[in-house]
Design a binder for this molecule. Structure first.
Ligand code: X3X
Length: 330
């Protein structure tokens, strides 16, 4: 009898100490991305970090660093894979270095709307990709911080792939963008965002590609590239990535709050940008930006070769993605 009471007392004391330990828990994470203060992604990340801090009573402190102040792009994801107390916010093409199927998810001219992409990220095919990312040490907290369809932003008017011949177009440094702009007919010129506007100003590149939210938020419109060709060639979106090691060491009650807040933040940002796009276009036009339609069939034909599975991709992954999208469109 005494042994039983003693065991019960020990177990009670242990669980109480664990509870106290959990209440005494503190984790500081550094969150890195390349967006500017005026862009919604920056505002959304700050809001999510603040909400997590409040809801965990300060146990989880996420310090946000915009404009590539910390390692970003490929280097940011490497910090996550190394198990740093770090959150990387980049587009899924940068996860493609670890799980090639993410390059298929981020392939050009797949989506007709934000909603199609969001719905696809909730389907098993993407859940399976996310599970593979965890095997590589990357816990994906979100994939749908959508910042808009990327269009061509150039000095001269572009309507067909032939118009891009010989033109140097700045892209982010991932192969997905380089292959896409090359297939579209341009000379893809990878540069970090921080060097992009000066490269345009100095004529190092003939243009860039990005969304209207990027155009407005980073004041691209103030430069010489006043023409936007509405190719909508890539749906610009960011994921939120944390080390699985760091994630698994976090007490469950805090993991639930972190996941819930990043999910909510993405939903809110998608809704906001869908509602704002028309006004953003009007504001850009008031600054002298001119939008033009393009020969969509010609660009789709030019990009068709990119729907071949690359090294490490699951056989049939593109057919599976097209099948999911077709099911949404019925
Ligand atoms: O990896 C995150 C984005 O895909 C980066 O795209 P990028 O380098 O064209 O930057 C977008 C801008 O809105 C950053 O201010």
């Amino acid at each position: 009898m005494k042994k039983g009471l003693l065991l019960a007392l020990c177990l009670t004391l242990f669980s109480a100490s664990m509870a106290f330990a959990a209440d005494d828990y503190k984790l500081v994470l550094k969150l890195s991305h390349v967006f500017s203060p005026a862009e919604q992604l920056t505002k959304s990340m700050d809001a999510v970090a603040e909400s997590i801090y409040e809801k965990t009573d300060g146990a989880i402190e996420i310090q946000t660093f915009p404009q590539a102040q910390l390692p970003a792009y490929k280097e940011g994801v490497e910090q996550v894979v190394r198990g740093a107390k770090f959150i990387s916010v980049e587009d899924p093409s940068f996860i493609g270095d670890y799980v090639p199927d993410f390059k298929a998810l981020y392939a050009p001219m797949l989506y007709r709307s934000f909603d199609e992409y969001v719905e696809l990220t909730r389907r098993d095919i993407v859940k399976q990709m996310m599970a593979k990312a965890e095997e590589q040490g990357i816990k994906i907290l979100a994939l749908d911080y959508i910042y808009g369809f990327r269009n061509l932003i150039t000095k001269k008017v572009i309507t067909t792939p032939a118009d891009l011949n010989g033109m140097k177009i700045r892209t982010p440094g991932s192969k997905s963008y380089i292959d896409t702009l090359t297939a579209m007919g341009a000379t893809a010129t990878p540069l970090p965002w921080g060097e992009t506007l000066s490269a345009v100003q100095q004529g190092v590149v003939d243009g860039l590609e990005g969304s209207e939210f990027t155009n407005l938020g980073t004041k691209v419109y103030e430069g010489p590239t006043k023409n936007v060709a509405t190719t909508r060639h890539i749906l610009g979106t960011c994921g939120v990535y944390i080390s699985t090691k760091v994630w698994n060491e976090m007490p469950e009650k805090y993991r639930a709050i972190v996941q819930e807040e990043f999910t909510k933040g993405a939903n809110d940002m998608v809704s906001l940008l869908k509602s704002q796009h028309g006004d953003v276009v009007k504001e850009l036009e008031s600054y002298g930006v001119k939008f033009n339609e393009v020969d969509g069939d010609a660009f789709r034909k030019a990009l068709a070769p990119l729907y071949q599975e690359g090294p490490g991709m699951t056989p049939g992954v593109f057919d599976a993605i097209f099948g999911e999208l077709d099911s949404m469109r019925k």
